[in-house]
Design a protein around this ligand. Structure first.
Ligand SMILES: C[S@@+](CC[C@H](N)C(=O)[O-])C[C@H]1O[C@@H](n2cnc3c(N)ncnc32)[C@H](O)[C@@H]1O
Length: 175
C-alpha cells in the first residue's frame, strides 16, 4: 500500500540528513513523518526521535514501518505539529516534511530547537513562507533546489527519468 505524500526519495533524504548533521546524543523531531522513512533513518544516528503526523493513515503506516525496522528509540505521536510541539520543550534538530501551518511551527521550533532545522518543500508558496519566516527569526542559512534524475529500464536498455524537484531549506539556531 502506498501513502499519499511519501516516502521521501533516498537522494533527497541523504542530502537532508547531511544538512541536519545529527549527533549520537541528539533528540530529533520528524514533523509530518508520513511513512516514517526519515524517522527510521534518523533513529540509527541519534538518541531519540519524535515522529509527528496529523493523519491517522500516516500514523498507522509509520507505526508498521517502525515496528518492522526494530527501532526502539522512536516515539510516534498523532497530532497537529503546532499543538504537539507545545508539549515538547527541547530538541536538538528538527526536520519538516509537512507544510500545513509552517510559519507557526517554525515559530515554536525556534523556541525549542538548539541547532538545526531542515525543511523539504515542493510548493513555491511553502518555499517562500519558509525562507521569509526563517529570515524573520534570523535563522535562515540556505535553500538548495535538488533535481534528481534516475535510471530506469526501457526495452532496449536504460534511460533516465527525472523525479519531482524538492527545495531543501536549512536554518541554524545558535543558542
Ligand atoms: C510529504 S509528506 C512527508 C513524507 C515523509 N517525510 C516520508 O518520508 O514519508 C507530509 C506529511 O506531513 C503531514 N503534515 C503536514 N502538515 C502537518 C502538520 N501541521 N502537523 C502534522 N503533520 C503534518 C501530512 O499529514 C503528511 O503525512
Amino acid at each position: 500500500m502506498k501513502l499519499t505524500g511519501g516516502p521521501t526519495q533516498d537522494e533527497i533524504m541523504a542530502i537532508s540528513m547531511q544538512k541536519l548533521g545529527l549527533l549520537k546524543d541528539d533528540i530529533f523531531a520528524d514533523i509530518g513523518c508520513g511513512t516514517g522513512k526519515i524517522s527510521i533513518e534518523a533513529s540509527k544516528m541519534c538518541k531519540k526521535v519524535i515522529a509527528i503526523d496529523k493523519r491517522e493513515e500516516a500514523i498507522r503506516y509509520a507505526g508498521r514501518e517502525i515496528e518492522e525496522s526494530s527501532a526502539e528509540n522512536i516515539c510516534l505521536i498523532k497530532g497537529e505539529a503546532g499543538k504537539t510541539l507545545l508539549e515538547i520543550d527541547y530538541l536538538d534538530c528538527a526536520f519538516l516534511g509537512g507544510s500545513v501551518n509552517i510559519e507557526a511551527v517554525l515559530d515554536r521550533l525556534n523556541e525549542i530547537v538548539q541547532r538545526r532545522i531542515v525543511v523539504n518543500a515542493v510548493m513555491l508558496e511553502t518555499v517562500s513562507k519558509t525562507v521569509n519566516k526563517m529570515k524573520e527569526l534570523d535563522i535562515f542559512e540556505e535553500a538548495v533546489y535538488v533535481q534528481v534524475t534516475k535510471s530506469c529500464d526501457i526495452a532496449a536498455g536504460i534511460m533516465f527519468k527525472p523525479i519531482n524537484p524538492v527545495y531543501i531549506i536549512s536554518g541554524s539556531v545558535n543558542k
